[in-house]
Unconditional design. Structure first.
Lengths: 119, 373
């Protein structure tokens, strides 16, 4: 598992990267009430805003952590966005991306570094 | 947050694990560990305790109530003289253009008027009162906290501390003893639920709050849930849904202006902006505040522009409050639209992140009020 400074987690599964946000991020955001996901098949560029999360407090954006193609999105979040709060690193995943340059993952933090980062 | 003011309950909020945020110059709890959604639902189902000590508590005294009422009616377009002793009423200060300077609650306390005004407006409100009232004394109460206990269990909880509380009706006011403190209690609130607002001496506020929170049905509730509760209740937030640019008629607050202050009434007009407000009452306003429900699931918030059609270039209005309504189970908003778009069921659009999304004009409140009338 890798972590970004934007509080996303990235998990490599069979050459596909699953992306979500960390439990720390969900605690900061509060109850999530709406998630707008990208379309499957979209080609995205690192740092492009591709997900909108609405919590009871405010809207925030999630950026593509790496370049690639969106191959699957978590449709369950359309009806049940609170899954992100309940299981941030499991059922609360956002999208799966087929990386065009897997080495972009290397720059991100491991769990120990992320835990140190959030203090 | 070192330069922020603290309410008498500040340390209790921190102890309870509240996330504190700056609000109107005060450090206030926006949520507790329970979270906004659960706090909201808890208040609708049981009872929530809110710290609203940041609001201004003001006493206006004169030789007798009649004198005070008639003077105040020069600034506030509601029937104050006709308010029975120990009854409370909603009102607002208007300016010469008919705009709203602040909204407030006022009560006839026999020999004086007790008023509660918004935190962000209290200094200008008090200055406004002092400079415009002749022969009256205006004092801000600074040694009392203000708590709100809201929700269907509120009567049972407060009635257990003093049975007199349970006998009060909606908008009744009384001085009663609660947990050893002399409290000024009104049966009112700003959540759409039954409940009480309790003015308690500052040095006894923590003890009373702790006593109330010890009840199994009572949880502390922050500003986050206070906002979603009042939005579902169709209630205006000053500085957002109403301000100096909106008249009471545009704000759909006609009900707050009693007949006696309208054209043909015994004390018609005589308040700032009466010409504008009475003309709008007679002829209708060009725009009105309405409830609007986004058809989709995406919340639309304050500032979102409203359009009549998908391709219209000019907006017809904008959203003044919006978010997710936990009891409604979806996004809800309030906003201003021209009079021809105010009929229930009218379909319009809001522009969210560059895309036009449909909204439907709805009756307010979104959640039926549960007052003890």
């Amino acid at each position: 598992m890798k972590y970004t400074e934007e509080h996303e987690w990235l998990r490599l599964e069979d050459a596909i990267v699953v992306v979500g946000i960390t439990e720390h991020a969900t605690t900061q955001l509060g109850d999530i009430v709406f998630v707008e996901l990208p379309d499957v098949g979209t080609t995205v560029v690192k740092d492009e805003e591709i997900v909108v999360i609405e919590s009871v407090k405010a809207a925030s954006d999630i950026m593509a952590p790496i370049d690639g193609e969106i191959v699957e999105v978590n449709e369950a979040l359309n009806d049940n966005p609170s899954q992100v709060n309940e299981d941030a690193i499991g059922a609360g995943w956002f999208f799966k991306i087929k990386p065009s340059d897997p080495s972009q993952m290397d720059g991100y933090m491991d769990e120990a570094a992320y835990n140190a980062f959030i203090g | 947050m070192s330069d922020l003011l603290h309410t008498p309950l500040h340390d209790l909020h921190v102890e309870l694990g509240a996330k504190m945020v700056p609000f109107a110059g005060y450090a206030m709890p926006v949520q507790y560990p329970m979270g906004v959604m659960n706090e909201h639902t808890h208040t609708r189902e049981k009872a929530g305790l809110f710290d609203v000590s940041h609001m201004g508590q003001v006493i206006i005294e004169g030789s007798n109530f009649e004198t005070v009422a008639l003077e105040l009616e020069k600034l506030i377009p509601v029937d104050i003289l006709g308010l029975a002793e120990n009854r409370q009423r909603y009102g607002f200060f208007t300016n010469a253009a008919g705009g709203i300077m602040d909204d407030l609650m006022l009560a006839n306390r026999g020999d004086h008027v007790f008023m509660v005004v918004n935190a962000g407006c209290k200094d200008p409100d008090i200055a406004h009162l002092k400079s415009n009232l002749t022969g009256l004394t205006v004092s801000e109460i600074q040694n009392r906290a203000l708590l709100a206990l809201q929700g269907p269990a509120a009567e049972r909880v407060l009635g257990a501390l003093n049975p007199m509380a349970a006998n009060m009706r909606f908008m009744d006011v009384a001085t009663i003893s609660l947990a050893g403190a002399e409290c000024w209690v009104s049966r009112s609130g700003y959540t759409g639920e039954d409940g009480y607002e309790i003015s308690v001496p500052s040095d006894q506020a923590v003890a009373l709050a702790t006593e109330l929170l010890s009840h199994v049905d009572v949880e502390p509730i922050g500003l986050g849930a206070r906002d979603s509760l009042r939005l579902e209740g169709g209630l205006c937030l000053y500085g957002h849904d109403i301000d100096t640019q909106t008249t009471p008629i545009q704000a759909s607050l006609n009900w707050a202006i009693q007949k006696v202050r309208r054209t043909g009434g015994d004390r018609s007009g005589g308040f700032p902006g009466a010409d504008v407000i009475l003309a709008e009452l007679a002829n209708g306003a060009s725009q009105k505040r309405v409830g609007l429900r986004p058809d989709g699931r995406a919340p639309m918030r304050e500032g979102v522009q409203l359009f009549a059609g998908l391709d219209d270039e000019m907006p017809i209005g904008n959203i003044t409050s919006g978010g997710f309504g936990p009891t409604v189970g979806g996004p809800i908003t309030m906003g201003y639209v021209p009079i021809e778009y105010t009929a229930q069921g009218t379909a319009i659009f809001g522009e969210l992140r560059g895309k036009r999304q449909p909204l439907t004009v709805m009756a307010l409140p979104f959640v039926p009020s549960n007052f003890k009338r």
